[in-house]
Design a protein. Structure first.
Length: 498
């Protein structure tokens, strides 16, 4: 294999010729710059330098294998590493101002979900914080997600013997102590040095289920291995199970290959994300990307998104337009038939946003639906999952009980979880609070979020007058305010649309 010295690599540090070192090997990424889903500036900052550490935050290292053969230039002479350019300083200052009252609080000071966001601000690099907190356009969908939970009230019953409460729930037969799970979120390597395995450690220790993202920093198999290792450490006593969130690769063969990997690795269900045929406009990401581009002398850069770019950052441009990572805008309901042939386990559509599609999912043989607007990161002014659940209750209640119904978005309190269950949800996903906790405290933070939510839930159940989640019923909440705002068919009846 050719050996290159650091001084030679260092010369290729511009848009005209851009080389980087990854895991002791040199790559010419010049022709890939304009295709990088995260934008050219992110790569140019690493030009002529060893980019291994930065790359590993976002992608499994073996993604470089997708670069064309001519981009693989050879090994770097280890004695010449000192001649490489030092990577441009990362914007890794925490978001919060450094001051004595802005130090990372003791974990015990985090007593509710919003506390983890505040804690994360004291330690998270600005870029990572923006990745987690960003939402679509003006942020209206995210705001609605949060707000709608407060617009439903409980109708408590009293004197019901609530000494003991049972919060357990099963997802496709896998029982967990809680009716909430960790939502799939990409690129955890940018949130915590140990990435997904650290999140899994916290989940397994508490017995919470988790859905693993296609856009993870580690490979599908590595993540499963970290789960198996943690289970072994606990003598297989944890009820935690892993499910897999699937961004459908554009290429059919690759799509099938990924499904087979997921199945072989032992994931317990496939959550197909259907609300992301293209990326939503992640406003804060755009601002950051513009700043980064200007810093390396570029005025315009392509749209950044690690979440979608994570799965296959070196995927080729399609049809003259950069396809961000693995997202396929061409997917239709008919695709479910070949997917079904490949995947015989539980199948969930993630990102259902109206009653019509909920019903279609049932007709197409899905086992579950996840009502979600992707944490307010996709369609501007999309409905909250709670509103979609109310639509389903109104227009196609027959699907409740036939499909497992999940929802996510803006759940920040155990009482929110309880409201969703009263209205018929099987279980709910919690996203950002877990990522903020991971950033600030690692696995211990993940455990703490689980404790906080479950304690709030247990208290909520007692105060509502139920001792088991099976007793949670729609008449225990007053959803009148939201129902008043619910979409109503005008001239054409909904039945004809279904
Ligand atoms: C940083 C971040 C990354 C995400 N990555 C993915 C992903 O890779 N795949 C996916 O289907 N959803 C992804 N989501 C959406 C979550 O699965 C979930 O729908 C959402 O976060 C729930 O809202 P919440 O954060 O308000 O709890 C991501 C969300 C965030 C905040």
């Amino acid at each position: 294999m050719t050996s290159l010295d650091g001084a030679e690599v260092a010369k290729h540090n511009s848009r005209k010729s851009c080389w980087i070192v990854l895991d002791s090997k040199v790559y010419d990424i010049t022709s890939f710059l304009s295709k990088h889903p995260g934008g050219a500036a992110t790569l140019l900052k690493q030009a002529g330098s060893d980019a291994t550490t930065e790359f590993k935050k976002y992608h499994p290292l073996d993604y470089v294998n997708d670069l064309p053969p001519e981009a693989h230039l050879g090994a770097i002479d280890p004695n010449t590493l000192g001649q490489l350019i030092k990577p441009k300083e990362q914007q890794d200052k925490p978001v919060g101002e450094a001051s004595s009252d802005n130090e990372l609080p003791h974990l015990s000071m985090c007593v509710s979900c919003p506390d983890f966001e505040k804690a994360a601000k004291t330690v998270m690099p600005r870029k990572s914080f923006i990745y987690v907190s960003t939402s679509a356009n003006t942020g209206a969908s995210l705001a609605t997600n949060l707000d709608d939970w407060t617009r439903i009230n409980f109708r408590p019953r009293v004197m019901r013997n609530v000494g003991d409460v049972d919060m357990s729930r099963s997802i496709f037969g896998h029982k967990a102590p809680y009716p909430f799970y960790i939502s799939p979120m990409g690129t955890m390597g940018a949130i915590h040095a140990a990435g997904e395995p650290e999140m899994i450690k916290g989940a397994v220790r508490k017995g919470a289920h988790m859905v693993v993202s296609t856009a993870s920093t580690k490979t599908t198999e590595q993540i499963m291995q970290s789960f198996v290792d943690e289970q072994k450490r606990l003598k297989d006593s944890s009820p935690t199970r892993l499910f897999f969130q699937y961004y459908m690769p554009v290429d059919r063969q690759k799509a099938i290959e990924l499904m087979r990997i997921v199945k072989k690795a032992g994931y317990k269900g496939l959550w197909i994300t259907v609300d992301t045929p293209v990326l939503g406009k992640r406003t804060q990401d755009r601002v950051l990307q513009a700043e980064e581009a200007l810093a390396v002398g570029i005025e315009e850069d392509s749209t950044a998104d690690w979440e979608a770019g994570g799965e296959n950052a070196f995927a080729p441009a399609m049809g003259g337009r950069v396809v961000s990572g693995q997202l396929s805008p061409h997917t239709t309901w008919e695709d479910l038939s070949w997917i079904r042939k490949e995947w015989d386990g539980p199948l969930v559509l993630k990102g259902i946003q109206c009653a019509e599609d909920a019903k279609l999912a049932m007709q197409y043989g899905c086992d579950g639906i996840l009502l979600s607007n992707h944490g307010g990161r996709q369609l501007h002014t999309a409905p909250s999952a709670l509103m979609t659940l109310l639509e389903i209750r109104t227009y196609c209640p027959e699907i409740i009980g036939k499909l497992e119904i999940f929802l996510d978005g803006g759940l920040r309190d155990g009482s929110d979880v309880l409201k969703a269950l009263c209205l018929g949800a099987t279980a709910v996903g919690v996203g950002r609070p877990y990522l903020y906790a991971l950033a600030a405290y690692g696995a211990q933070g993940v455990e703490r979020v689980t404790d906080v939510l479950s304690e709030e839930l247990a208290t909520g159940m007692r105060l509502l007058g139920i001792s088991s989640l099976d007793q949670a019923r729609p008449d225990m909440v007053n959803a009148t305010r939201l129902l008043n705002e619910m979409w109503r068919p005008d001239t054409v009846s909904l039945k004809s649309r279904l």
